[in-house]
Design a protein. Structure first.
Ligand code: UGA
Length: 432
């Protein structure tokens, strides 16, 4: 493989991980961000979020000289064969992706572009964005360049691993030349490269995330029905998972999907469908069901415990999922205010996210360093995130330190209901 000069614009989650991984493969990477403080800390290998293996990757690739960071577009772009746009695309008021940062980056990079450069959009954007970006760049340069679309499928918590070993690379291109260059670039990561037009690549990103969000919503609906008839959703999952068309992965019923991607991408595809005249989109319903999921379950828990007023609730897990300190659309942000509004006292813990979440929750929450301290004296324990630390709790120890009614709400179905009951706790999972 020929090593390439690559400019990575945007040092958010996807930008930093992508820059580190392509640098590790021997490419010459310049990471660019307009935020000077961010660039200064990245130069020291300090990552503003917790992601396993990322700090080591950034230190290693900067030390080898393959990765540098700058705030200067001329430094980042002028020798780049490939420019990857990985800036944020927040949701705008109508629910569609706001592309202002993508457009601003395009304007800024254009005057420095090298003849023949390939500009890749990796940010999640609606199909048709490439033409708009092409027009912006063409308005500011006379060099020939190509546009491409290579969506990112990494997951937080396993981002480095996912990027180093993706299931596939989806590459949207308009020429054989761009195809050959980008296949070559991705070859060390995967031989499973799927080539298509850029619009299809962008739809792949929306389709994948919306399928997964729909799948989560689906299993949550099945779980709710199981509660009505004595079935155990975990047994149902085993049964349906053997069907090769369905598969047994990524079936964890719970409090609904959160994080920075699914809630946003479902809202975006729903808004996009509406904007292009597809007003009967199922994604509107998926979004609605997910929004209502936590209040619905909390009402059920409230009944079970005979009202939360005056009860102490231990909350295990504050991030949106395990192995990240990201708290965007985390279940804790809905669950804890709900409990406090109803007069409960909340004692919360998380291995990584306490400092991130403090300013987002009521001041009355007590934070402690470990699960057993949180649980001690609690009437109810709620497992919100299945961090490794919370997967094998000593149930007898829990039971002896909790106070009546000693409810254990296992919202991730991590524990065997019988073992929990035998230890002297009242168990309630999801759909069982
Ligand atoms: C998701 C996708 O999985 C990635 O492929 C994609 O690249 C990324 O969004 C993105 O668009 O950038 P991520 O948000 O990091 O990745 O997290 P996931 O592990 O997929 O989980 C998303 C949410 O779904 C979490 O709240 C998780 O708890 C929930 N979930 C996941 C379930 O409730 N059940 C499951 O079976 C799986």
């Amino acid at each position: 493989m020929n090593h390439m000069n690559i400019a990575c614009i945007g040092t958010g989650f996807v930008g930093v991980v992508t820059a580190g991984v392509f640098a590790k493969l021997g490419n010459q990477i310049v990471g660019l961000d307009i935020d000077e403080a961010k660039v200064a800390s990245l130069k020291l290998g300090i990552v503003p979020f917790y992601e396993p293996g990322l700090q080591e990757l950034l230190l290693e690739t900067q030390k080898s000289g393959n990765l540098t960071f700058t705030t200067d577009y001329s430094i980042a772009i002028s020798s780049a064969d490939i420019v990857m746009i990985m800036v944020g695309t927040p949701s705008s008021a109508d629910g569609q992706a706001d592309l202002k940062y993508v457009f601003a980056a395009s304007e800024s990079l254009a005057p420095h572009l090298k003849e023949g450069a390939i500009v890749i959009i990796k940010s999640t954007v609606p199909p048709g964005t490439n033409a708009k970006v092409r027009a912006i760049i063409a308005g500011k340069t006379n060099v020939k360049f190509e546009m491409a679309s290579v969506p990112e499928f990494l997951k937080e918590g396993t981002a480095v691993e996912d990027t180093l070993h993706p299931d596939r690379a989806v590459i949207g291109v308009e020429s054989d030349r761009a195809r050959d260059i980008l296949v070559d670039l991705h070859k060390p990561l995967t031989s499973n490269v799927v080539i298509m037009r850029p619009e299809s690549a962008q739809m792949c990103k929306y389709a994948a995330n919306n399928y997964l969000a729909t799948r989560i919503t689906f299993i949550n609906q099945i779980a709710d029905l199981c509660e009505q008839n004595g079935a155990d959703v975990q047994e149902v999952i085993k049964g349906i998972g053997q069907d090769k068309r369905i598969g047994s992965h990524y079936w964890y019923p719970g409090l609904g999907y959160g994080g920075s991607c699914f809630p946003k991408d479902v809202k975006e595809i729903a808004a996009y469908a509406h904007a292009v005249g597809e007003s009967e989109s199922m994604f509107i319903k998926i979004d609605d069901l997910n929004e209502k999921r936590i209040p619905k379950l909390m009402a059920r828990y409230d009944q079970l415990v005979g009202g939360f007023a005056g009860k102490t609730v231990a909350i295990l897990g504050l991030s949106f999922k395990k192995n990240t300190n990201d708290t965007r659309v985390a279940p804790s942000l809905q669950v804890i205010p709900w409990l406090i509004d109803r007069g409960a006292k909340v004692v919360a813990t998380d291995p990584k996210a306490i400092s991130d979440i403090k300013s987002l929750l009521p001041d009355t929450v007590t934070y402690v360093d470990d699960a057993y301290t949180a649980i001690s004296g609690a009437n109810v324990t709620m497992l919100l995130v299945e961090w490794d630390e919370y997967q094998h709790l000593d149930l007898t120890k829990m039971a002896s330190s909790m106070l009546a009614p000693k409810y254990f709400f296992d919202t991730r179905n991590q524990y065997d209901p019988d073992s929990v009951s035998q230890a002297g706790l009242q168990y309630k999972g999801i759909g069982r």
